[in-house]
Design a binder for this molecule. Structure first.
Ligand code: AHG
Ligand code: MN
Ligand code: MN
Length: 340
């Protein structure tokens, strides 16, 4: 790429502002804060083995999960970057018990709230496996100038204004949607900018990858068990057996499947009767991206994740997402319409 052909994320956002007639520049400013925080986390992750950033923080989050030092750092970095620029009136984070009210100065007059999983896949940090950040942006329901309330955060995923993830992998990428398709930007650390590398991302209609933590097999619902067996049975027409790929980092598993085609499954298990993934910070933003790339995301047969009305901040939900035909096949097994 030359300077003539590179399009940076900043340039891309300006060039596409015409898609948002009521845009006031606030969303662009919010994205500027997100990409700055992403660069900071990129830098820290890349030296996590050298500086004292690996390992556990010694604290637990509200969900009783062990926090890693990088969980805490990522949470603080994104919070600070967003709050300091006056671009959000409230933040909900997987690492915070309650949502954060930003009712000082500029923030109070902002029209957006952000929900985030600051570091996804954090149990993988110490072994150099890709992790990510997931974010989701909504227009507030409460009047501008007042403090945010529950109704600002308990909005269905269909109301998302923007959503995306950053993947800190073999390269760092930012992938996002504002409801006009999905675009991916690769970070050039030398230049310090994200460059458009994956324009108009579309997921294949069918794929050959299934991603699930099969260690929980005995506790899966019957339809899921049958679908997994279906994935494993030989059939030349459908290129089965499919390939099993599971990193244990949602962002990485989804990113791979989005590009190659595949299905991601996190059903209910004995330990997590409602599934493990969180509706607000993980499922909704990923579902928005997957749908915008031509895929589907459901929590049960014909149950679109994006239409589920949240009832609590840290709500969990079963999650099945990916290539549209693969999700439909899964539903056929889950509904009992098809037997092995
Ligand atoms: P987080 O690190 O934000 O808590 O998320 C972990 C999630 C998700 O990234 C991943 O897909 C899933 O947990 C893996 O769970 P299992 O280890 O149960 O497979
Ligand atoms: Mn996560
Ligand atoms: Mn997390």
């Amino acid at each position: 790429m030359t300077t003539a052909t590179i399009q940076t994320l900043g340039e891309f956002i300006i060039a596409n502002q015409k898609d948002y007639p009521d845009a006031s520049g606030e969303l662009s400013a919010l994205f500027a804060a997100i990409r700055l925080a992403a660069k900071v986390i990129h830098r820290e992750i890349n030296r996590a083995g050298i500086v004292d950033l690996a390992g556990k923080s010694g604290e637990q989050n509200i969900q009783g999960e062990q926090q890693m030092k990088l969980d805490v750092l990522a949470n603080d970095t994104f919070k600070e970057a967003l709050a300091a620029r006056g671009v959000v009136c409230g933040i909900a984070s997987e690492e915070e018990d309650k949502y954060i009210l930003l009712d000082d100065g500029l923030n109070k007059n902002s029209k957006y709230v952000v929900m985030m999983d600051p570091l996804d896949g954090s149990s993988n940090i110490d072994v150099n496996v890709s992790v990510g950040t997931i974010f989701s942006v909504y227009r507030r329901k409460s009047p501008v100038g007042t403090s945010v309330t529950d109704e600002d955060f308990y909005q269905p995923g269909t109301d998302q204004v923007a959503a995306g993830y950053v993947i800190y992998g073999s390269s760092t990428m930012l992938v996002y949607t504002t409801g006009h398709g999905v675009n991916g930007f690769t970070y050039d650390p030398g230049l310090g900018v994200f460059c458009l590398s994956h324009p108009k991302m579309r997921t294949p209609e069918k794929g050959v990858i299934y991603s699930i933590n099969e260690g929980n097999y005995v506790h899966f619902p019957d339809g899921v068990k049958k679908y997994i067996k279906y994935c494993q049975v030989e059939d030349d027409d459908t290129q089965r057996p499919y390939t099993s790929r599971y990193i244990g980092s949602l962002v990485s598993d989804i990113h791979r499947n989005l590009i190659y085609g595949g299905i991601y499954l996190y059903p209910s298990t004995s330990r997590y009767p409602n599934g493990k993934l969180r509706l607000l910070y993980e499922c909704n933003p990923i579902a928005f991206l997957v749908e915008q790339a031509g895929g589907r995301a459901v929590y049960g047969v014909g149950q679109r994740v994006l239409e589920l009305k949240p009832t609590s901040l840290h709500q969990r939900v079963p999650f099945f997402a990916g290539s549209p035909y693969m999700v439909s096949d899964l539903e056929a097994f889950m509904s009992g319409r098809v037997q092995l």
